[in-house]
Design a protein. Structure first.
Length: 359
């Protein structure tokens, strides 16, 4: 039995210190490593060890699999064997997990994967950005998510661009909830193109809220995830959280609010200009969308693409571009996105070859 952790050790006894002399056993070391380094990570509080390792040591297994090290847990010591860089990365991840456990934060396998991604793509001294509400702490799972959160903090208008599963909408809603709880804004306004870009809502049954609710469901889901349900319901009733169909934004000035426009790739240039010019004093706007998933009629220009191009050099505006590697929903989604991106790139190459052949 592992000392005080309640978990059996994953392998033999660890060393009592860090080694990088190449004398460690090569058993369990990833193929291709001529020599192995050994690093021991102590976790001071034994009570937190089970949280760091995960149920049935699931977190430790993820670190082994994704980083390429052999990890052995014995009491509050974690022994890492493998290439020096891999051991260093694994050590950083374990220390980050332990720090979160000390702060009383919860984390799941997806957070562990996020820490691994972040440690590979960001400088070692650059922490993972967080959004805090009373219900939960949302921690960036990629370096680009950290950049997105920093942009939300420092700029009044932020474009979040990229494929599904990158967290661009969820983080926008979480950030808005944080601003509301800290009394930095008075309300949250959620908007999204409904029933194509023309928003032909009159043909749908029910009042305005019932008509647009199905199109705003992802925003609702995020709200309920970061705020207590009773608080969301009260805020909706009191108008603190407002559902504002894009077509009904005309003529308003939105002050002291976080205003989120989701699925913005399906706005026309005129709609986008109208929306952006609603920004009032003390407000922030967050515009999210996937430029590769435009549902506008053939030949209709996307207002999102035009706005990002026109405003790229305007002070106070940032555009964060997520890529397939930023997909955090699950690995399969990332592979699907990459497959579509590869197909699109191949189609462009074919057209270029055909153009050259005709000329």
């Amino acid at each position: 039995m592992a000392d005080k952790s309640g978990k059996p050790p994953r392998g033999g006894s660890p060393t009592t210190g860090a080694r990088s002399d190449g004398a460690a056993s090569s058993a369990g070391v990833p193929p291709g490593s001529a020599t192995a380094s050994r690093v021991v990570v102590p976790l001071e509080d034994n009570r937190l060890v089970p949280l760091v390792l995960g149920e049935h040591d699931a977190h430790l297994a993820l670190i082994e699999q994704l980083i390429g090290v052999k990890a052995v847990a014995h009491g509050n010591l974690i022994s890492l064997t493998g290439p020096l860089q891999a051991c260093t990365t694994a050590k950083q991840v374990l220390e980050a997990l332990y720090a979160r456990a000390v702060r009383g934060e919860e984390f799941v396998a997806g957070d562990v994967e996020g820490m691994i991604r972040h440690s590979r793509s960001a400088p070692a001294n650059e922490g993972m950005a967080q959004i805090r509400t009373r219900k939960k702490v949302v921690t960036a799972r990629t370096a680009m998510q950290s950049a997105y959160i920093h942009a939300l903090e420092h700029s009044d208008l932020v474009f979040g661009l990229g494929p599904a599963g990158t967290g661009k909408t969820y983080l926008a809603v979480a950030f808005a909830a944080q601003m509301l709880e800290r009394n930095l804004v008075e309300r949250i306004i959620l908007s999204r193109p409904a029933v194509e870009a023309g928003e032909r809502l009159g043909f749908l049954p029910g009042d305005m809220k019932e008509k647009v609710d199905p199109y705003l469901r992802p925003l609702y889901d995020a709200l309920y995830d970061v705020l207590p349900p009773e608080k969301v319901e009260k805020a909706l009733t009191d108008g603190v959280i407002e559902i504002a169909p894009l077509a009904f934004m005309r003529g308003r000035t939105l002050a002291n609010a976080v205003v989120i426009l989701d699925e913005a790739q399906n706005t026309t240039p005129m709609q986008m200009k109208m929306f952006l010019t609603r920004l009032g004093e003390g407000s922030k706007m967050i515009v999210t969308g996937d430029p590769t998933q435009i549902d506008l009629p053939v030949g209709q220009k996307s207002g999102l693409n035009e706005a990002v191009g026109l405003l790229s050099m305007v002070k106070g505006i940032e555009a964060i571009r997520f890529q397939a590697q930023d997909v955090v929903r699950r690995d399969l989604v990332a592979r699907i996105v990459k497959a579509y991106e590869a197909a699109a790139a191949a189609a462009v190459s074919d057209k270029q070859r055909q153009s050259v052949a005709r000329s």
